[in-house]
Design a protein. Structure first.
Length: 330
């Protein structure tokens, strides 16, 4: 897995920087085992529902696209127009179970690309890169592993394939029970890694929040053992510990603002708003099941962006622009 490197020291006076990253992928039932035949991308015809909001706020999002999206005309035609007009960046997103070559055994462990044989992980990613370049005319330099699944060989592969930004880490979540990576010791701050420290990690924005402090992880894990008794919710209401993410999926506007204020006080100045593209249509993810939930989902975008730009004094950036800015601090 990517090494636990020292975070980049950012000046306190630096304006908070917001990037938006969309896991742009096929539609499938998250509650069932993955199925190689589930490659529908109908939601991409409705991606304007979020892109219109980004345009309204002057945000240039980064769509990290996977193979089913970029290999089907219906999956990429809307993005091609958005990209050609300079309204988005395009990165790579690897779902190994639907990315050729389909050689690995279908298993929960192998849904994390970093668990694959390194030659297969690299080959799948190379094929995805080539497909993205053929469709968009540009080689992607930003990567986000499907299921946040970086592994011990991922850094070398990213270096060899010419990537400059990784967006995969998801602190403080631990996926080791599913044979995935453990991010519980990572912070939300960016850091340099890889050969000659040429790669920058911009994590998903998440953290334990509450007065439990350094004891947050064990207390949270204890609460999760009694989830059926709603102990995590009790601890959250007591402000003891809460695990929050900067996402409109599974979290509300109060969570987003609480998390941002907490991280800002800790000196964090880079924030990643992230979600999955199928959520723009009801019925494709557990977070948006009907029109009312869709309205609430989209409403959280405007609520957070109003807060971030107008109250926190932040500004929008992109993964590639942020990397250039961070290099200037070296």
């Amino acid at each position: 897995m990517l090494g636990l490197n020292a975070p980049i020291k950012l000046p306190k006076e630096m304006q908070p920087q917001l990037i938006v990253v969309i896991d742009t992928e096929e539609e499938f039932d998250w509650g069932d085992p993955v199925d190689r035949n589930q490659t529908g991308v109908t939601a991409m015809d409705y991606i304007y529902r979020v892109q219109d909001i980004f345009d309204e706020y002057g945000i240039v999002p980064c769509y990290v696209v996977d193979y089913p999206v970029v290999s089907q005309k219906s999956g990429c035609r809307a993005l091609q127009k958005i990209f050609n007009e300079g309204r988005c960046e395009i990165g790579a997103h690897l779902h190994p179970w639907v990315s050729p070559p389909l050689e690995e055994v279908m298993s929960p462990k192998n849904t994390f690309p970093g668990n694959l044989d390194p030659s297969l992980e690299k080959e799948k990613l190379q094929i995805l890169i080539d497909k993205i370049e053929s469709v968009f005319g540009v080689k992607p330099t930003a990567y986000k592993a499907g299921r946040y699944g970086v592994g011990e060989n991922t850094t070398n592969i990213l270096d060899e394939l010419g990537f400059e930004v990784d967006l995969s880490l998801c602190p403080p979540v631990d996926y080791s029970a599913e044979s995935g990576p453990d991010f519980s010791s990572f912070s939300a701050e960016p850091f340099w890694f890889g050969r000659n420290n040429n790669l920058v990690e911009i994590p998903v924005t998440g953290a334990f929040v509450g007065w439990a402090g350094e004891f947050s992880k064990p207390i949270y894990n204890f609460a999760m053992k009694f989830k059926k008794y709603k102990l995590p919710g009790v601890f959250s209401r007591l402000s003891l510990v809460d695990r929050l993410m900067l996402s409109p999926e599974g979290f509300n506007s109060a969570d987003h603002i609480k998390l941002t204020h907490d991280l800002y006080r800790r000196g964090v100045r880079t924030f990643t708003w992230s979600f999955h593209s199928p959520s723009v249509v009801p019925g494709h993810t557990s977070y948006v099941q009907n029109e009312q939930q869709l309205e609430e989902f989209l409403g959280m975008f405007r609520t957070y962006f109003d807060f971030f730009f107008n109250q926190l004094g932040g500004e929008a950036t992109t993964p590639t622009k942020l990397r250039r800015q961070l290099r200037g601090l070296k």
